[in-house]
Design a binder for this molecule. Structure first.
Ligand code: FES
Ligand code: FES
Length: 242
């Protein structure tokens, strides 16, 4: 086979031996230290997951964690199996507590919150900064966590919907949404509440126009906008007396 020739290295077996190998499809000891047949190697069907060879750079990428682990940060806990080798240990302050999570450079804050910390109250909608279902507070500012990198949020105070209730008591904005049924399915509700908290902290007496403008990016596929608006108006009153 022509492909077989490409795999032959100097100092390898003689042509006759290679031909014999090709015919009987016996296994051969490959670069990865595993016994594979040439046919299986070429078709990418090697059991155990050899998924790619970059011959030009000499880098061999192997699925299943066979690559050597990068050294961790000083004092860092052992990297759990399955964590990418290029993930860094970072610290996120969420709802008043510090959490250490492994994060590649492209891990979003939303992924860290939901997948690493299990804080699934923050919702994944579009994952594209279009719906604001993923709204959280970072240093008091409402942001779309699906479009923010986790590594960039280190050293900041992150508040999610789980951090709103205190001592078993709903936050005044949560209470207002409850009182006015400012939701239908509830999927957008955590984002609506977090956006409202940011607004009322900044503008305790918002005009109707300001409310509409501030919440215009928080989409509600149920169309509960009239109830959400009423909830925000009432939340402004409740916040003052809280
Ligand atoms: S999920 Fe983040 S904006 Fe839609
Ligand atoms: S209540 Fe269902 S998406 Fe808003």
């Amino acid at each position: 086979m022509a492909e077989d020739r490409d795999l032959v290295e100097e100092g390898g077996p003689e042509p006759q031996e290679r031909a014999q190998e090709g015919q009987n499809q016996q296994g051969s000891q490959g670069l990865l230290g595993t016994t594979i047949s040439r046919r299986a190697f070429l078709t990418g069907a090697v059991a155990g997951g050899a998924v790619g060879v970059v011959a030009t750079s000499g880098v061999i990428a192997v699925a299943g964690g066979a690559l050597p682990q990068a050294p961790g940060l000083p004092g860092a806990p052992a990297r759990p199996s399955g964590e990418p080798v290029d993930a860094q240990l970072i610290t996120l302050n969420v709802n008043g507590k510090d959490y250490e999570v492994y994060a590649k450079a492209n891990k979003t804050l939303l992924e860290a919150l939901r997948q690493d910390l299990g804080l699934t109250g923050t919702k994944l909608g579009c994952n594209y900064s279009e719906c604001s279902a993923c709204t959280v507070l970072v240093d008091g500012v409402a942001i779309n966590s699906c479009s923010s990198l986790a590594v960039r949020e280190q050293g900041k105070k992150i508040i999610t919907i789980e951090g709103m209730e205190k001592d078993g008591k709903l936050h005044p904005v949560q209470q207002a949404f409850w009182d006015h049924m400012g939701f239908q399915c509830g999927f957008c509700t955590p984002g609506q509440i977090m956006r409202t908290v940011a607004l009322l902290n900044r503008a305790p007496n918002p005009s109707d126009d300001l409310i509409r403008r501030e919440l215009s990016g928080n989409l509600c596929k149920c169309g509960a906008y009239a109830f959400i608006f009423a909830a925000v108006k009432d939340a402004a009153t409740k916040m003052k007396s809280a």
